[in-house]
Design a protein around this ligand. Structure first.
Ligand code: F6R
Length: 369
């Protein structure tokens, strides 16, 4: 049932191109427009939305953090992403014009469920992004957009995460389309680029041997740090989470802009730091800032593991290890940048003799608080 792989996690990592393609299937028409009729929230309601609030836990929360950048950029609707466990015990301000998006692979996570109940009691509309048909969260929501990742067995989420991202981009673009924002042309071109992503994830998967080798060489380290900016920041958090849960190593993700506000004190000789570098095209300020962050940490002895767009010559000289990923629009980069981090964590777990599919103390579905 593991289809020739040693672990479900490896199988699920390999299934990502198909999972991404399946999640897009039937949702883009021949003219390149989104058709999300299955989202039974009428366009008239979506046009009136004044605020989006995303609630989720763990890896799904990281997908939600990335969605915030996309939603605010393409729709100009204010968007907040919050841990479901924090949201439900606050006194959040919601009304009929608030769209709450609950993201959950299992559809059974207690905190996410309680958060959506809380939102509905206050009159907000709830859209679930979920991978499990007929589970509790979609049943209790006003609408659902299913991810088509297929069953995810390994405790650590991989293909579900990528498809959650795809679903979030679809919702963001759809909101933009329905509301006719000034980004119309960009929306059409991003929809086209999304259709290329499955192939690009496949390309990434074919070049992972050096990443596995690198992971094995770090098996005796105590700490790995992760840095990113913009959508690369949640990717850094996700890379750190994968490493904690699978390799049982101390791992932390930071927003690169925060380095000087504390984390740079952690940099010492030979500490591995994974840096997610935004595309040098487009928002080039972001790129330049991170290149100087890399120089700063390297000058203090860090061993830099750099994930950068193919052909990014400005960053290459500062990378002790360079992991190249395909050229994508900035907002879509997490779909290709996360994959090496999954492979990295999985290989480190194996090298440290850990049980990859069933990490200690963790359950696949967290139905208690
Ligand atoms: C990490 C992981 C967890 C889940 C979290 C939410 O690899 O799998 O952090 O993402 O427990 O689960 P769902 O998406 O089922 O609500």
């Amino acid at each position: 049932e593991k289809g020739g792989y040693d672990y479900f996690m490896l199988k699920e990592i390999a299934e990502q191109p198909k999972a991404v393609a399946d999640t897009l299937l039937g949702r883009i028409d021949l003219a390149g427009n989104l058709c999300l009729d299955e989202v039974r929230i009428p366009a008239s309601v979506l046009r009136e939305v004044s605020k989006v609030v995303i609630v989720a836990c763990g890896t799904a929360y990281h997908a939600g953090m990335i969605a915030k950048y996309a939603i605010e950029h393409w729709t100009r609707i204010p968007c907040e992403t919050e841990l479901a466990s924090e949201f439900r015990y606050r006194d959040p301000i919601l009304d009929q014009r608030t769209l709450v998006i609950a993201i959950s692979q299992s559809g059974e996570t207690m905190d996410t469920l309680m958060a959506l109940r809380h939102a509905r009691e206050q009159g907000a509309k709830v859209l679930a992004i979920c991978n499990t048909n007929g589970s509790t969260i979609p049943r209790e929501s006003d609408a659902v957009l299913y991810t088509h990742a297929g069953p995810e067995v390994a405790v650590a989420s991989t293909k579900a995460f990528l498809t959650q991202l795809v679903a979030c981009y679809l919702v963001a673009l759809y909101l933009g389309q329905v509301r006719g924002t000034k980004w119309g042309d960009e929306i059409l071109s991003v929809i086209r680029e999304l259709s290329e992503i499955a192939t690009q994830v496949d390309e990434v998967l074919e070049t992972m041997e050096p990443v596995r080798e690198l992971a094995r060489s770090l098996a005796s380290k105590n700490t790995v740090l992760f840095l990113g900016r913009h959508v690369g920041f949640p990717v850094a958090l996700e890379g750190a989470l994968k490493l904690k849960e699978l390799a049982y190593m101390h791992a932390e993700g930071f927003a690169a802009g925060e380095l000087k506000h504390g984390p740079i004190a952690l940099i010492e000789q030979d500490v591995p730091v994974v840096v997610v570098v935004p595309s040098p095209r487009g928002r080039s300020v972001l790129h330049d800032k991170i290149v100087s962050n890399i120089q700063e940490i390297r000058a203090r002895g860090a061993r830099t593991i750099v994930i950068a767009e193919r052909g990014d010559e400005a960053v290459a000289p500062y990378a002790d290890h360079l992991i190249e990923i395909p050229v994508t629009p900035t907002l879509l980069q997490p779909l290709v940048a996360t994959v090496p981090l999954q492979v990295f964590a999985c290989e480190l777990a194996t090298a440290r003799g850990n049980e990859v599919d069933q990490p200690r103390n963790l359950a696949k579905s967290v139905t208690v608080e």
